[in-house]
Design a protein. Structure first.
Length: 433
């Protein structure tokens, strides 16, 4: 199909063999070019919905070329699933959990389906009543951390090809169980799978799974912080906890102690992270649909319940012109690549298949995509800018602005050609013109 050649390092090829390339029953495995052609043919099907077959064919050829040359790369679920039946190509999801068993076990089920399809899941646990309170006036509940452990174990057992599944759990700083949440991953943090294997007489693989269960290793955790908490912290006052079920205060704690606990644990083992909820919702372009309470597992995408995002990345190191100390960013070529990325990902959205109908409905209405970067350090090295310099910071700002303006402009053009996304009316894009 394509005369494009692919040159990849041994490390990249080995990684692709383990995580991306399809192996047939006869043992024959795709080459990287086979995979890129499979993905590009999938994108072609989406593109020709809004164009001629000739135009779609040209776009397909560009997609193969850009992936083969390492200029653009979609997220892993697209590389793995595109071109196969019921292809789920999005990387990031957020699922809702309410304060009842039906909702909790629905989230458990939905998480399994998403993880099995290659996606990562984020959860806000703050709707679940605190540990020690009553359910149905007679049963004592165990709180959100108990359910977090269940979701973590679920993730330990769901197969996702050859890569690890990812999850995010967020709890608000006003929840009565927040202190236990902040420290919940400390248990088992220093456990060795080898020691567990020896002590319990189990295989090393079984010990690794046990370690992941004990240490909640399949989840990142973050504390949701509000502007109100930061003001209380600044003033050095106590912070009150409110049970999400009764809406009653259950106690208080010096805000500085809560903050110190977050900082100490983050320093010790990298968690918890912090999610600034009010900041995320200030920039929520779908505020007329709902309030954002959680992010995807990596934390870069605040999303509404049942929302997903399809991601692609542009290799900045490929967009440098000039040599011998006169290198600089090729802004014109970079702009073309950003526009290509927006179209590529929208074509993926057009073809995407989700394992849950609520995901299908939400994502047909939002059509969320994310065009990001890779190769930043390589670009700086080629141009000759120190990574830790003010010049690097200025260039990062310029590149971020370039990405934002160009992707917004191309999205607006797509809206004219393909029609606005259904939730457009009432969105910040609609309000701001």
């Amino acid at each position: 199909m394509s005369q494009v050649s692919v040159s990849v390092s041994d490390i990249t090829l080995n990684m692709m063999k383990k995580r991306v390339l399809f192996t047939a029953e006869n043992g024959e495995q795709e080459t990287p070019l086979d995979a890129y052609e499979r993905v590009a043919n999938f994108v072609y099907q989406g593109h020709k919905t809004y164009s001629t077959e000739s135009e779609a064919g040209k776009f397909r050829d560009r997609a193969i070329e850009y992936m083969a040359e390492g200029m653009f790369m979609p997220n892993t679920p697209t590389l793995v699933n595109a071109g196969f039946p019921d292809a789920q190509c999005s990387a990031c999801f957020v699922l809702p959990i309410d304060d009842n068993l039906k909702s909790i076990y629905q989230a458990h089920n939905d998480q399994g389906l998403i993880q099995a399809s290659g996606g990562g899941t984020g959860f806000f646990l703050g709707n679940i009543r605190s540990a020690g309170t009553k359910a149905a006036d007679r049963f004592i509940t165990r709180g959100p951390i108990n359910w977090l452990r269940m979701l973590n174990e679920n993730a330990c057992h769901v197969a996702q090809g050859m890569r690890e599944g990812a999850n995010m759990a967020i709890l608000d700083v006003g929840h009565p169980d927040i202190v236990d949440f902040i420290t919940c991953k400390n248990k088992g943090y220093n456990l060795s799978a080898e020691i567990l294997s020896e002590q319990f007489g189990i295989s090393l693989e079984e010990a690794k799974t046990l370690k992941a269960i004990i240490g909640i290793e399949k989840f990142n955790i973050s504390v949701s912080i509000t502007n109100q908490f930061m003001k209380v912290l600044e003033n050095g006052n106590d912070w009150y906890f409110i049970d999400p079920h009764t809406k009653q205060k259950t106690g208080s704690m010096p805000s500085q102690e809560i903050w110190d606990l977050i900082v100490e644990n983050a320093w010790a083992n990298g968690e918890p992270g912090i999610f600034f909820e009010d900041t995320a919702n200030r920039d929520n372009y779908l505020s007329h649909i709902g309030r954002i309470k959680s992010t995807n597992p990596c934390g870069e995408l605040p999303l509404l319940p049942y929302a997903a995002c399809t991601l692609g990345h542009i290799n900045l190191s490929k967009f440098v012109t000039g040599t011998n100390g006169s290198s600089q960013v090729d802004w014109s070529e970079l702009e073309e690549e950003i526009r290509f990325g927006v179209n590529f990902l929208d074509n993926i959205v057009e073809m995407n298949t989700f394992p849950i109908k609520e995901l299908t409905e939400m994502n047909n209405n939002t059509r969320d995509i994310g065009v990001g970067i890779m190769g930043w350090a390589d670009m700086l090295a080629i141009i000759g800018i120190p990574y830790d310099s003010n010049e690097a910071i200025d260039l990062a700002n310029d590149i971020g602005t370039h990405f934002k303006k160009t992707s917004d402009d191309e999205s607006a053009r797509l809206g004219q050609d393909r029609g606005n996304f259904p939730y457009f009316e009432g969105s910040s894009f609609h309000r701001d013109g």
